[in-house]
Design a protein around this ligand. Structure first.
Ligand SMILES: *Cc1c(COP(=O)(O)O)cnc(C)c1O
Length: 397
């Protein structure tokens, strides 16, 4: 019988024969390590592994091979000294603030952040004694004047939802560093395929891997990258607060990220064509896309981005909510209140991502009932343009 040396008591541990066979060659792709715990040889080895004196794996929450491999890929993409993987994008933001801030500190946060991030950095952190001020990140003098002696961090998004405004990362890094504070950039919409905030002066960068980074709509994961000096706290907080990622998600994300640049180039090219098509349609009141010359941050986008201007396009329909409902009802492009899938999807900010805002706040940000946000996928450009045209034809009726 094959594996006759196998002990009957250990159903999931390879026999000595099989262990030898496994060690003879190395798989070209890293296998999925669904192990909660690793075996130790001796009390001394266990002691040294757990003390961090010996490099190796013991317990999945602290460290596992699939997260390490994905972290290495992210680290390279961002040209970072270190990267950490978390169970979601929100966990990555939590990891950044809980590892670097403490009670009594003050944060400056963009007034155009992802809704849950705003909730986390305002209400949740306030409960822990961390104060904040909301700032307009596109007005650098106002950011500078909002700094207090307690300010320890500035938090912004490279490309903000849904108006797709671009922050000046270099300018914000200068303001943060003059105050001895850190700049944390949420780079989810951009991804390292088009922007690497650490190379522009940011101290920490995070992404929701659940979006375009993984890009296949099947993973929930987050990533935080930065410098060695911050990493002892990052690793401790990641394990202690239990933000750890699952091996399967990391394995899938490694596969997703291997085509990141290709996918972003394709999606960006289609997004540019879609933005130009939309700009020429009478049903469309305005188009926000950083690759259009009339976008308010076009010059900044050109300076900070490579491989295109991103996969997100936002537009306002002249016919308001009724027109938006017709575009959605046409079924030409699936209505999904998220982004970054392989296929093109659309979302409606007033009924989804920005429903928590008051009418007044939405007006102030320029978010209208007729606003549609496209997340362009890697489907052929002609298909996306034809679906979009048909959907707009419906809105015109
Ligand atoms: C989705 C998203 C997050 C949160 O990420 P999850 O993986 O959903 O927890 C944070 N920031 C931005 C910009 C996002 O789009």
């Amino acid at each position: 019988m094959v594996g006759s040396k196998k002990q009957e008591t250990s159903s999931n541990v390879p026999s000595t024969d099989m262990q030898q066979r496994l060690n003879a060659t190395v798989p070209h792709n890293m296998p999925l390590y669904l192990a909660a715990v690793w075996q130790c040889e001796s009390t001394d080895q266990a002691d040294r592994l757990l003390a961090g004196e010996l490099d190796g794996y013991v317990y999945q929450r602290d460290r596992h091979p699939n997260a390490d491999l994905f972290a290495e890929a992210c680290q390279q993409l961002h040209q970072a000294e270190r990267a950490a993987i978390t169970s979601s994008g929100m966990a990555a933001i939590s990891l950044a603030v809980l590892s670097q801030l403490q009670s009594g500190d003050h944060l400056l946060i963009s007034n155009q952040l992802y809704g849950r991030t705003t909730l986390l950095l305002t209400s949740e952190l306030q409960r822990l004694g961390i104060e904040h001020s909301l700032v307009d990140p596109y007005d650098l003098p106002s950011v500078r004047s909002a700094i207090t002696p307690q300010t320890k961090m500035i938090v912004v998004e490279t490309i903000a939802n849904p108006l797709l405004r671009i922050v000046d990362i270099r300018g914000l890094a200068e303001i943060a560093h003059a105050a001895d504070a850190l700049l944390l950039v949420d780079n989810t919409f951009a991804t390292p395929a088009i922007c690497k905030p650490l190379t522009l002066g940011a101290d920490l960068v995070m992404e929701s891997v659940s979006k375009f980074m993984n890009g296949h709509g099947d993973v929930m994961l987050g990533m935080l990258a930065g410098r060695e000096e911050h990493w002892a706290r990052v690793e401790m907080v990641n394990a202690a607060w239990g933000f750890a990622s699952s091996p399967l998600e990391c394995w899938l994300a490694c596969r997703g990220i291997s085509t990141l640049t290709l996918r972003m180039q394709q999606a960006s090219a289609t997004a540019q064509a879609a933005a130009e098509l939309l700009a020429g349609r009478k049903e469309v009141e305005s188009v926000q896309y950083p690759g259009l010359e009339d976008h308010i941050d076009y010059a900044l986008a050109r300076e900070q981005f490579v491989n295109g201007f991103g996969h997100m396009v936002t537009f306002r329909l002249a016919g308001g909510r009724a027109a938006a409902d017709k575009v959605i009802a046409s079924g030409e492009i699936p209505f999904c209140p998220s982004l970054g899938d392989v296929s093109t999807t659309l979302s409606h900010p007033t009924s989804t991502s920005h429903r928590g805002l008051s009418e007044q706040q939405r007006v102030a940000l320029g978010i209208t009932e007729g606003m549609i946000r496209l997340s362009v996928g890697v489907d052929p450009t002609v298909n996306v343009l034809s679906h979009l045209e048909k959907a707009l034809d419906q809105a015109a009726e």
